[in-house]
Ligand binder design. Sequence first.
Ligand code: ZN
Length: 400
Amino acid sequence: MISNGEKGESMANTSGKLDKFIMKRLNQRLVFSIILRGGSVSRQQIAAQSRMSQMSVGRIIEELEKLGIVAEENGDEPDAGPGRRAKRLRVSSTVFLCVGVEMHRDGINVGIINLHGRVLRQIQHRKDLSACPPGEVITLIGTLIGRILSENADLSVEPFVGIACPGLIADGVIRFSSQLKWKNVEILPALQKQTGIRNIFIENEVKARAVAEDLFGAGRDYERSIVLSIGSGVGSAAVFCHELYRGKLNMAGEIGHICVSPGGNMCECGRRGCLQTYIADWAILREARTVREDITMQGLLEANANGEPWAINLMNRVLEYVSIAISILANTYAPDVIILCGRLIEEYSTLRDLILKNYKREISDYVLSSFDLKASDFDSDGTLVGAGTLAAYRLLDEIL
Ligand SMILES: [Zn+2]
């Protein structure tokens, strides 16, 4: 029988070991995250940023190298002192290969993503998802995941899959998606069953995009960044000190359904005057087609550039409401940067440039001087990168 004294001592030992174990993991993660954010960094830079000694940094790097998640680059570090290992370090390009899935109203994109923010291969499947029952969409996603995996033998370990979906996503369930017209749909169990993959995760598309922007995109040099996505829906996501701000039930940032005009345009959510009814692609075209049936977004932008009064009138209203959206975000969050993305920004450079030129209209001078406005420098694959990166983070949780 263990006496009280012995038991107390043994618990102290256990807790000491646990503290050491936790400290070791935290330090490993800190060093890993400095390498991940830096892309390519020297041991000296890591020591300076982590405030650890070069000896501790060297030991942790050895551990990370043994795990195969960090590797030395070819090329010397010019300011390394005599006898010092002079190679720069980067995250291994092969360990964190994950699958990203992007669901949007017009289809599904599936890609293989690495932790350098690159899409290595991609399959794009066009289909109007809002016209399909959820079961059919789930089967299609499973088939596309199976196809991209079978075509990529370099993914030898059990894959991790991240899905980005428009709408309110909480606890792995799509609570409400006005774009897909879905309510309380649980897609993960069926997908896990179909594909045989355990590690599948789902996240709101704009939040996934914000992770990609923070790590690899226009937000990488800022502490507080907000992503504003304008496409077939309107949404935002906030990243503070490189952490997503989720809010209760992952609902933070859902600005598309803020009422900006009581009694205004009818929204697909069934309410009137929602922000997205003034700036989402379908809403702009709905308005434009009351004047010219079958006009496209490109046609509208050309009519605006040619000085047609009705098009100028409509585009002015669009720019006004985009400025209001930016003002809401700047005033609410006081960020360092607001990053524009989404299909309307990525596919129509004329519209993107009009927004960059006119966004100040509804914002007070005091707030205007406090943040930068940038367009995303990803192509249309930024959300896919975010989805894959979230899956890679889960994989990292298993390793470190
Ligand atoms: Zn609405």
